[in-house]
Design a protein. Structure first.
Length: 100
């Protein structure tokens, strides 16, 4: 059974801001970014343990063709993937695992 994903507010905002930035640079690029993020989220929902646990049981999955990581935790009881961040890899890595 596949898991369902939930984007925390921080992740949702990061996703929208990145989409907007790419779309402002080139029409359609934001949509390609969003599509790649969705594909990776679908992969995570199908195989949540594919990526190893790192700090505080957070896991990281790289988005194809873009410098972003999907930072998530697995909630096995509820069969949920909790996405904490859509994290740009050039940002300060100490902020990667903060949930706010």
């Amino acid at each position: 059974m596949n898991y369902q994903s939930i984007l925390l507010p921080r992740a949702f905002n990061e996703l929208f801001e990145a989409w907007e930035w790419y779309e402002n640079r080139q029409t359609g690029l934001g949509n390609r970014f969003r599509s790649d993020v969705n594909k990776k989220i679908n992969e995570i929902e199908s195989h949540p343990r594919r990526y190893r646990a790192k700090k505080e049981s957070f896991r990281e999955a790289h988005v194809k063709s873009f410098p972003y990581l999907i930072i998530y935790k697995i909630n096995n009881k509820q069969k949920k993937i909790v996405i904490a961040s859509i994290f740009h890899t050039s940002r300060n890595p100490s902020n990667k695992y903060k949930i706010k």
